[in-house]
Design a binder for this molecule. Structure first.
Ligand code: BDP
Length: 717
C-alpha cells in the first residue's frame, strides 16, 4: 500500500514538473550547463541593484530572481547601494544618479519611449552592467532581453545594446467569444473566465502578461471581431477592468471589439447611424464610462460591413463616417480605432481579391488621426501563401496596420508544425515599389515610408486554455515570433527560430541545427502539400479542415473552392492578369508587370495570377500537371523528413514534449498524404493525365475523400 502510494506520488510529481515545461513557454530558465558561460555569468552577476518601486519594477526584479535561480542556481544579492563591482543595475532614467546617467546619456538619444539600454560600464573603476530605459516598462523589456542573453548562452562582455520597438501597437487579437469558445481557436477555450471575473484572478492572466511582455507585446484585444455588444455593458466592463489591472504592470493595454450596432442592442436607440447625434453621444458616453474604469484603455477594433457584421453602410454611410465617429469618441482619452479592411461584398460579383482595395483605397487620407486601418497580409484570407495585400502599396496618407493570423485556421490547425515567422517575413520583405525600389511592406507598416504617427502589427492569437497554451508545442514559436517581429519587422526568422529553440528546449548544437532547419522548411512544406504553385482557398468549407477542392454548392460564389482554382479541361488557376480580372493593376507598375506577365510571375504565385494549361512548361521543364503532382509529393516527403529529424531528438529534451511533437508529426504526415491524394485525384479528372513517376499512388478513392465530414471540427462556432 505504502509503496503504491509512493509510486502514485512520484508519478504526480513527475507529471506536474514535466507538464510545467509545456506551460512555461520560452521562459524555461533551465540551468546553464555550458560551464564556461555559467562561470562568466556568476562572476559578472554578484549583486542586483534595483532602482524604483513601481509595480513594473517589482515585476522586473521578480523576473530577474526567477531567471537567475533557474539558470545559475542562485539569486545574486539584492543590494541598495553600488559598492563592489559586478552588479546589475536596473532602473529607469529618472531613478539613476547623475554619475550613472552621464555614462548612458548618449544612448538615450538612440532609443524611443519603449526602448532600452543594456550596457557594460565602469563606475569609479568598478565594472557594472546597467539596464535602463525612459520608463519602467522599457526597463522591463530590457530585463527580458538581458535574460534572453543568458538563455541563449551569449556572452556578457562589453554589452552595448540600445534597442527600441519599431511599431507602436504590438497587439494580439483574440477571437474569443463571451461563452469562452474561440473562433478559429485550436488550443481549448478562451483564457478569459468571464463568469469568475472580476473577483477571481487566474494565475494564467499573470503568466499570459509575462509571456507577452517578454517579447514586447503591448496590447491585447480581448474579444472576437465578430463582436458581442454585451462586452460594453457595465457588468462586463467591470471584468475587463480587472484584467486591465493585471496587465498594466506588464505594459499591456486592453482593447475591445466594438459592435457597430451596440447603441441599438444595449443602448435602446433606434439607430446606429454614425451621423445621428444621439448615436455619437452614446459612443462618447460609453468611451467616458470605459476610461473612468480603465484610464489607459487602448481603444476599439472594428469589423464592420464584413461577413454580415453591422456597420455604417447599413445607414447609407461609409467606412470613413463609421471610423471617424468612433475616433471622436475615444480621442479625448488618447484612444485609437483599428478599423479592419477585411471586406468583400455579397453584391459584388467581381474578384474577391480586389474588393478590399476597391472599397478602401479611395478613402486614403480621409480618416481621423487616431484611426489606423488594419489590413490582412494578403487579399484573400490567411492562406499558406498569398502575395502581399495591394493596399500596403496604395494608401500613403493613411496609417496601415498589419494583421497576421497566428492561429492556423488554414494551415492545419494546431496539429501541423508550421513555423509562421517565415511566412510573416516573406510578406514584410515584399516590395510594394510605392516610392520606388525598396518600399517594402515592413517600411509601410513601421511608418518609415510615409512617416505615420501611429503604427502597428496585430496577430490573431493561437492561445487557449490548453496546458501548453497553443495546442502544439511548436505553435508557441509562432506566438513568440509574432511578438519579436512586431517589435522589429526586419528580424530574420532564422534568428527568431534560434532564440526560441534555445530558450524553449536546449542550447545543444546537435539539437539546434537539425531542428532549426526543420522549422525553417516547415512553411514551404505546408504550401507544397496543401496549395502549391499559387493555389489557394481549396480547404473544405466552414471549418477549413482538410482538402475540399470539389466544394461548389455554397450560396456565395467566393465561398466555394472551385471559384479559386478554376480547374477545367484547359487548365487551372485564377486569371487575375489583364486578360482576366486585372487584379494585378492594383499594384505599383513594377509589381503589376512582374505578376501580370506569365514569364516573370514567380512560380510560387503562378496559379494565383494565371490560368494555365495542364501542359504549360514550368521553369524546370516539367509540365504543369507533373510539376503540381510532384510538388504535392514533395510536401509529403518534407513532412516525412521532419518526422525523421524529430525522432532523433529524444536524448536532448524531456520525454513529454518529445512524444507530443512525435505524435503530432505522425498526424501531420497522415494529413499531408490526405491533402496530396484528395487534391490530385480531384484535379486529375480535369487534367486527364496519369500521375508522374515519383508520386505515390493514392490510398483511397476520390469519392471516399469527398465523403469525409467534420461537423465538430474545432473553431467553427
Ligand atoms: C476568416 C475567418 C472568420 C473570421 C474572418 C475575419 O474564417 O472566422 O471572422 O476571417 O477575419 O478568416 O473577420
Amino acid at each position: 500500500m505504502t509503496s503504491l502510494r509512493f509510486v502514485f506520488l512520484f508519478l504526480l510529481i513527475s507529471f506536474s514538473t514535466l507538464a510545467q515545461k509545456d506551460y512555461k513557454l520560452w521562459l524555461q530558465y533551465t540551468a546553464v550547463n555550458n560551464a564556461v558561460m555559467a562561470s562568466e555569468y556568476k562572476n559578472n552577476l554578484k549583486g542586483i541593484v534595483v532602482l524604483g518601486n513601481s509595480e513594473t519594477i517589482k515585476v522586473a526584479q521578480k523576473e530577474l530572481q526567477a531567471g537567475f535561480l533557474g539558470m545559475l542556481g542562485n539569486i545574486p544579492q539584492i543590494k541598495s547601494e553600488i559598492k563592489e563591482e559586478n552588479n546589475l543595475i536596473v532602473g529607469a532614467a529618472s531613478s539613476l544618479n547623475p554619475e550613472i546617467k552621464k555614462l548612458v546619456s548618449s544612448d538615450f538619444d538612440k532609443i524611443n519611449n519603449e526602448g532600452f539600454i543594456i550596457k557594460s560600464v565602469s563606475i569609479q573603476n568598478k565594472k557594472q552592467i546597467i539596464i535602463t530605459g525612459k520608463n519602467d516598462v522599457a526597463v522591463l523589456y530590457g530585463v527580458f532581453s538581458f535574460l534572453r542573453i543568458l538563455q541563449t548562452n551569449k556572452s556578457l562582455k562589453n554589452l552595448n545594446i540600445a534597442d527600441s520597438p519599431k511599431t507602436n501597437i504590438r497587439i494580439l487579437n483574440h477571437w474569443d467569444n463571451l461563452d469562452r469558445t474561440v473562433e478559429r481557436g485550436y488550443a481549448g477555450f478562451s483564457l478569459w473566465n468571464w463568469q469568475k471575473l472580476p473577483d477571481f484572478i487566474d494565475q494564467r492572466y499573470i503568466d499570459y502578461a509575462r509571456a507577452n511582455a517578454s517579447i514586447g507585446i503591448n496590447g491585447t484585444v480581448l474579444t472576437n471581431v465578430n463582436a458581442n455588444a454585451l462586452i460594453l455593458t457595465p457588468q462586463y466592463l467591470e471584468k475587463v477592468e480587472a484584467l486591465a489591472n493585471v496587465f498594466r504592470p506588464y505594459g499591456i493595454k486592453v482593447y475591445l471589439t466594438a459592435r457597430f450596432s451596440a447603441p441599438i442592442e444595449i443602448g435602446n436607440l433606434k439607430t446606429a447611424d454614425p451621423k445621428d447625434l444621439e448615436v455619437m453621444n452614446w459612443w462618447k458616453n460609453k468611451a467616458t464610462e470605459i476610461y473612468k474604469r480603465i484610464p489607459d484603455f487602448g481603444g476599439f477594433l472594428v469589423k464592420a460591413n464584413s461577413e454580415g457584421q453591422p456597420g455604417p453602410q447599413n445607414y447609407g454611410r461609409d467606412h470613413v463616417d463609421g471610423a471617424n465617429m468612433l475616433a471622436d469618441a475615444v480621442a479625448p482619452f488618447g484612444g485609437v480605432i483599428m478599423w479592419r479592411a477585411f471586406v468583400y461584398s455579397e453584391h459584388d460579383a467581381n474578384d474577391r481579391a480586389k474588393q478590399a482595395y476597391a472599397e478602401f483605397q479611395p478613402y486614403d487620407g480621409k480618416f481621423k488621426e487616431n484611426v489606423i486601418i488594419q489590413v490582412k497580409n494578403g487579399a484573400i484570407d490567411f492562406q499558406p501563401r498569398e502575395p502581399f495585400h495591394p493596399l500596403f502599396g496604395a494608401m500613403p496618407k493613411t496609417p496601415l496596420m498589419m494583421e497576421f493570423q497566428i492561429t492556423q485556421e488554414y494551415l492545419g490547425f494546431s496539429t501541423h508544425l508550421v513555423f509562421l515567422p517565415k511566412l510573416f517575413q516573406e510578406v514584410l520583405e515584399s516590395d510594394t515599389y510605392q516610392k520606388g525600389k525598396g518600399s517594402t511592406v515592413a517600411k509601410v507598416v513601421d511608418g518609415s515610408l510615409h512617416h505615420n504617427k501611429i503604427t502597428g502589427i496585430a496577430g490573431v492569437a493561437n492561445i487557449g486554455n490548453d496546458l501548453n497554451w497553443t495546442g502544439h508545442p511548436f505553435a508557441q514559436a509562432n506566438w513568440y515570433g509574432f511578438g519579436r517581429l512586431a517589435w522589429n519587422p526586419y528580424l530574420d526568422s532564422e534568428v527568431i527560430a534560434d532564440e526560441w529553440l534555445r530558450s524553449t528546449f536546449s542550447n545543444d548544437e546537435n539539437f539546434l541545427k537539425p531542428v532549426k532547419k526543420m522549422m525553417m522548411e516547415s512553411r514551404e512544406a505546408v504550401v507544397d502539400y496543401m496549395t502549391p504553385l499559387g493555389l489557394h482557398h481549396i480547404m473544405d468549407t466552414g471549418h477549413h479542415y482538410g482538402p475540399g477542392p470539389w466544394v461548389s454548392n455554397l450560396s456565395r460564389p467566393e465561398w466555394n473552392p472551385v471559384y479559386y482554382h478554376k480547374a477545367d479541361k484547359n487548365g487551372i488557376g485564377f486569371d487575375r492578369s489583364k486578360t482576366g480580372t486585372n487584379a494585378t493593376a492594383q499594384y505599383a507598375p513594377e509589381v503589376e508587370k512582374l505578376f501580370d506577365n506569365l514569364q516573370t510571375c514567380p512560380e510560387k504565385d503562378l496559379l494565383w495570377f494565371h490560368h494555365v494549361s495542364w501542359d504549360y512548361k514550368l521553369k524546370n521543364g516539367q509540365t504543369l500537371w507533373n510539376g503540381l503532382a510532384l510538388k504535392y509529393q514533395e510536401g509529403v516527403d518534407e513532412v516525412a523528413a521532419m518526422r525523421n529529424v524529430w525522432n532523433k531528438t529524444e536524448k536532448y529534451i524531456d520525454s513529454e514534449r518529445f512524444s507530443e511533437v512525435q505524435m503530432l508529426l505522425e498526424i501531420q504526415y497522415k494529413e499531408a498524404k490526405w491533402w496530396r491524394d484528395a487534391c490530385l485525384l480531384y484535379f486529375q479528372q480535369y487534367s486527364g493525365k496519369e500521375l508522374p513517376s515519383g508520386v505515390e499512388k493514392p490510398t483511397q478513392t476520390l469519392d471516399y475523400f469527398k465523403s469525409l465530414k467534420f461537423p465538430f471540427a474545432p473553431g467553427n462556432g
